[in-house]
Design a binder for this molecule. Structure first.
Ligand code: CA
Ligand code: CA
Ligand code: CA
Length: 151
């Protein structure tokens, strides 16, 4: 089976779980820029399907950057209160923090989801946060050390 090389996105670290590839990207971008980056490598911002994936994402993201906020692919921009995954996956599980989503923000509401510590929060899509991409295939990580056969 052909396994493609992992995408090389700036400041993104590759992880895998159950046949999917995840990129934990430690550069701050808007939700739209983050989603575009994920699409450019054949995926989308992460779709959280169940409690197992959610727990793994929380632990793994915290290993990279403690207590940071990360964009996920959940958005209600099309229709207020009607949350959808950017990947097209049908919503099946949610883990909003207490009191969220509250569509707060300065007049324009909040239409894009983040993962933060123990749950999710809706935020304004044009704010800048780290982000997590999900690709529905595995990839081959680059060699840790460049080989030099002449040594
Ligand atoms: Ca998923
Ligand atoms: Ca909203
Ligand atoms: Ca909120």
């Amino acid at each position: 089976m052909f396994v493609p090389p992992c995408p090389d996105l700036d400041k993104c670290s590759v992880e895998s779980l159950y046949g999917h590839t995840y990129l934990f990207c430690e550069s701050k971008k808007t939700w739209y820029e983050s989603e575009a980056d994920c699409v450019s490598v054949g995926g989308n911002l992460v779709s959280v399907s169940d409690a197992g994936e959610d727990a793994w994402l929380l632990v793994t993201s915290d290993d990279y950057s403690k207590r940071k906020k990360w964009w996920i692919g959940y958005t209600d921009e099309q229709q207020e209160g009607d949350w959808e995954w950017s990947s097209g996956e049908l919503p099946n599980y949610e883990n909003w923090k207490s009191g969220e989503p509250n569509n707060a923000g300065s007049g324009c509401g909040e239409d894009c989801g983040i993962l933060y510590k123990t749950g999710w929060d809706d935020r304004q899509c044009d704010q800048d946060y780290y982000y997590i991409c999900e690709l529905d295939f595995l990839c081959e990580p680059p060699d840790d050390e460049p080989c030099d056969d002449d040594d």
